[in-house]
Design a binder for this molecule. Structure first.
Ligand code: ZN
Length: 424
């Protein structure tokens, strides 16, 4: 076994072996129920809006159809499926960006049942969960909630924060922790953002925000506030060392400085960003400013930590027409990627480092030939989550020989299958 540390360095006996052991990966951005969309949104939908070309907004209308229909039991089934796949892919922890707060038809629950379903799903498969209770208040600037969005929203910010407290009481006994999120500057008015930022700061909770994913969001924000989203978030005191901006695709040079100066993190979700046609984040400008960057699998079209990390570097190569863009002089690819897949994700979710969180991969042939550094980089260039052999979470076996051992894989699949049949 060759052990690799959180910096991506092979440590201890590096003479070779058949196994590479890394710290467990952190999936900092997930919408578990969106797993049900995989393979169902890769076609052009009729004429009308889609005639101009399919994009994020047409994808969102299909996503909303599911969001309007899924029950508590469906969300449990989809989350257990997604979380099981995460463990098999080497993720040991997940940040669930959760906004499906009410029952079908936007009927309020007596207690936060969806939060409980997500916490149960995580506990049943053995992944660490940070439940990011997400605020959603409106359809956009001067735009009321649509019917589908009413499931996401509370009457006001006090009702939302009371929900966060109730959720905490319910899910913490199951081992989950709770943070907060502002869905976006589009979905929350300024007073919401300010209150939730203050709440997160006072409670020392992680605060996550979708930011600058789509050009339309920037246009709307400039129209409403006279500035782009990152500048607005800075004015709302929503940036800081507990804050993570998710996507940061269409940021400007001034934004990089705002993010750097406030010690804010950025979470990129490359497989989802390319699937949705979001655009490319200028990641090297963030990396040069030493901004902490972590990863997430977001809509879960693909759940693969290796691919997500590789894509940080490879998307930037395509954007800049250069190679080894994130790789510092005299270092290697794995050293640029491993900290972003592990350490930065823990910082984003305010999780403690845990030496019991480990993932073992089959050693690529280059490593078995004696060049361990090439073997490790070969994993990131050419490998995938399918090369995962064993995973432990907090020292407990969760995956052995590629199979989940904490729950019945067949049962997880059958349950997800029943949900997919109904959503078809
Ligand atoms: Zn998202």
């Amino acid at each position: 076994v060759v052990v690799v540390d959180v910096q991506g360095n092979a440590v201890g006996d590096t003479s070779g072996g058949d196994v590479l052991e890394l710290p467990g990966f952190v999936n900092a951005h997930s919408h578990a129920f969106q797993r049900a969309l995989r393979g169902r949104v890769e076609h052009r939908i009729g004429a009308g809006a889609a005639a101009a070309g399919d994009d994020f907004w047409s994808w969102r209308s299909t996503m909303y159809q599911d969001a309007a229909r899924v029950t508590v039991d469906d969300v449990y089934a989809l989350a257990r499926w997604a979380y099981a796949d995460m463990l098999r892919a080497g993720f040991v922890a997940v940040g669930e960006f959760h906004y499906l707060h009410h029952d079908v038809g936007a009927k309020p629950f007596a207690s936060p049942e969806m939060s409980l379903a997500l916490a149960r799903a995580a506990k049943d498969v053995g992944i660490k969960l940070v439940l990011l209770e997400t605020a959603y208040a409106r359809g956009g600037a001067n735009k009321p909630l649509s019917d589908e969005q009413r499931r996401f929203a509370f009457a006001d910010v006090d009702a939302f924060l009371a929900h966060v407290e109730r959720s905490k009481k319910l899910v913490e006994p199951l081992g989950a922790s709770v943070g907060v999120a502002v869905h976006s500057v589009r979905a929350c008015p300024r007073p919401f953002i300010e209150r939730i930022a203050t709440f997160a700061r006072e409670k020392n909770m992680p605060l996550h925000i979708h930011a600058c994913e789509q050009q339309k969001e920037l246009e709307e924000c400039r129209w409403e506030h006279g500035m782009a989203p990152v500048a607005l978030l800075a004015e709302c005191k929503a940036l800081g060392h507990n804050t993570t901006l998710v996507h940061a695709t269409h940021i400007e040079p001034d934004d990089v400085e705002r993010i750097r100066a406030s010690s804010t993190l950025v979470c990129l979700t490359p497989s989802t960003e390319r699937n949705l046609g979001d655009g490319l984040c200028p990641i090297s400008s963030l990396a040069k400013a030493w901004v902490r960057i972590c990863i997430g699998t977001d809509s879960h079209a693909r759940i693969d930590a290796v691919d997500e990390l590789r894509s940080l570097e490879e998307h930037e190569r395509l954007r800049t027409e250069k190679r080894n863009v994130l790789v510092l002089p005299n270092t290697r690819l794995a050293q640029a990627l491993v900290p972003r897949g592990t350490w930065a994700g823990m910082q984003s979710l305010l999780l403690r480092a845990d030496t019991g969180d480990r993932v073992r991969f089959a050693m690529p042939i280059e490593g078995r030939a004696g060049d361990v550094a090439a073997g490790l980089d070969a994993l990131f260039v050419g490998g995938s989550s399918k090369d995962v052999v064993d995973v432990t979470v907090a020292g407990k076996d969760v995956v052995k020989a590629g199979k989940l051992v904490t729950a019945d894989e067949r049962d997880i699949e059958d349950h997800a299958l029943a949900v997919l049949k109904r959503l078809r």
